[in-house]
Design a protein around this ligand. Structure first.
Ligand code: COA
Length: 317
C-alpha cells in the first residue's frame, strides 16, 4: 500500500513586492538580491489575510484538481510556523471552514514543515488510519520579518500550497527521510513566542545567513547522497527535483550533487522568494499544472530550515 498524490493546489496573495520596491525601503539593490539569491519578487499577504485564508484557497484548488470534495477528506495536516492563532491549529480552522472531518493538526518544522507533514500523513494513509488527507504548507512570513533588516527582509514571501494524498496499490510516496539538529537553533529563529516572550517589540525572524548557507549545503548534499543510496539510484536518475526554494545557489549545489541539469529542477524562487513550508507544494503545483511532471515520473522533494530541520520525499508521481 502506498499513498499517492491525487491533486495539487497553490495560492499566492495578490500583492507583489519586487526588488525595485525594496530598493526604496532599505539600502539594497536588485542586482545584489538577484545574484546572491535568485529572487526578483515575492508576494505579501494583505493585512486581513491569515495563514488559514491562504491555505483554504490552496486546498480548494487541490481538491478540484483531484476531482474530490471536502467530504472526501478525513485527515488535515498543515506545516506552518506562522499560524493564525496559538490554538486552534490551522488544520482545525480549515476543517471547520471547509466542512471536513477526522484528525486535524499542524506541524512546526519551519521551512521543512511541508516535508514533515507529508511524511506523517503518508504514514496515516499507509496504516489505514486515513483514507484521504489534505497536506498543506502555508506561511505568512511577512508578519515576522523586520522590514528594516536588509539581511533577512529581501529573502522571504507569503503563500500556500496543498496536496491531496490517497491510498493506492500502485506507486506513490516511496521513501521519506527526516532529520533535525537543535544545536543549530541560534542560527535561524523567531525571537519570541508564547511561554518565552521578549520584553518589547514584535516577534522577529533572526538569521546568520552566511552560516546557515554553509550548513544547508553540507546537510542537503549528505541527504541527497543518502536518498540515492537508500533507493539504489544512480546520479541523474531522478526525473524532477522539487527543492525548497530558499536560494538559487543552494539549489544549484544540491542539483549538481544529484547529477541533474537545471532543466530538471523546478524553480519558483525568482517569483516567490522563500515561502518557508509553502515553497515545495507551490513549486510542485507549478510543475504539475504546466505539464512538466507527468504520471510515472520520479520526483524528489527536499527541504532545510530553522531548527535545523531537514527532510526528503521520493515520489513516483
Ligand atoms: N543588500 C545589499 N547588501 C547586503 C544585503 C542586502 N539585502 N544583505 C547583506 N548585505 C551585505 C552585508 O552587509 C555584507 O556587507 P559587508 O561585506 O560590508 O559586511 C555583504 O552584503 C555580504 O554579506 P554576507 O552575509 O556575507 O552575504 P552572503 O553572500 O552570505 O549572502 C545571504 C547573504 C543571506 C543571501 C546568504 O548567506 C544566504 O542565502 N544564506 C542562506 C539563507 C537561507 O536560505 N535561509 C533560509 C534557510 S531555509
Amino acid at each position: 500500500m502506498y499513498s499517492r498524490i491525487a491533486g495539487t493546489g497553490a495560492y499566492l496573495p495578490e500583492k507583489v513586492l519586487t526588488n525595485f520596491d525594496l530598493e526604496k525601503m532599505i539600502d539594497t539593490t536588485d542586482e545584489w538580491i538577484r545574484t546572491r539569491t535568485g529572487i526578483e519578487r515575492r508576494h505579501i499577504a494583505a493585512k486581513d489575510e491569515a495563514t488559514s485564508d491562504l491555505s483554504e484557497q490552496a486546498c480548494r484548488a487541490a481538491l478540484d484538481a483531484a476531482g474530490l470534495t471536502p467530504a472526501d477528506i478525513d485527515l488535515v495536516v498543515v506545516g506552518t510556523c506562522t499560524p493564525d492563532l496559538v490554538f486552534p491549529n490551522v488544520a482545525c480552522l480549515l476543517q471547520e471552514r471547509m466542512g471536513m472531518s477526522g484528525a486535524a493538526f499542524s506541524i512546526e518544522a519551519a521551512c521543512s514543515g511541508f516535508v514533515y507533514s507529508l511524511s506523517v500523513a503518508d504514514k496515516f494513509v499507509r496504516a489505514g488510519q486515513a483514507t484521504r488527507a489534505l497536506v498543506v504548507g502555508a506561511e505568512v512570513m511577512s508578519r515576522i520579518i523586520d522590514w528594516t533588516d536588509r539581511e533577512t527582509c529581501v529573502l522571504f514571501g507569503d503563500g500556500a500550497g496543498a496536496v491531496v494524498l490517497e491510498a493506492s496499490d500502485d506507486a506513490g510516496i516511496l521513501y521519506t527521510d527526516l532529520g533535525a539538529d537543535g544545536r543549530y537553533r541560534n542560527l535561524l529563529y523567531a525571537d519570541s513566542g508564547v511561554s518565552r516572550v521578549k520584553e518589547e517589540g514584535e516577534t522577529t525572524l533572526l538569521m546568520k545567513g552566511n552560516e546557515v548557507f554553509k550548513v544547508a549545503v553540507r546537510t542537503l548534499e549528505g541527504m541527497v547522497d543518502r536518498v540515492l543510496a537508500d533507493n539504489g539510484l544512480e546520479q541523474g536518475e531522478i526525473d524532477w527535483f522539487v527543492p525548497h526554494q530558499a536560494n538559487l545557489r543552494i539549489i544549484r549545489a544540491t542539483a549538481r550533487r544529484l547529477g541533474l541539469p537545471m532543466e530538471r529542477v523546478v524553480l519558483t524562487v525568482r517569483d516567490h522568494g522563500n515561502t518557508s513550508a509553502a515553497s515545495i507544494p507551490m513549486a510542485l503545483d507549478t510543475a504539475v499544472r504546466d505539464g512538466r511532471i507527468q504520471p510515472g515520473d520520479l520526483v524528489l522533494m527536499e527541504a532545510f530550515g530553522g531548527g535545523f530541520t531537514w527532510g526528503a520525499t521520493l515520489v513516483r508521481y
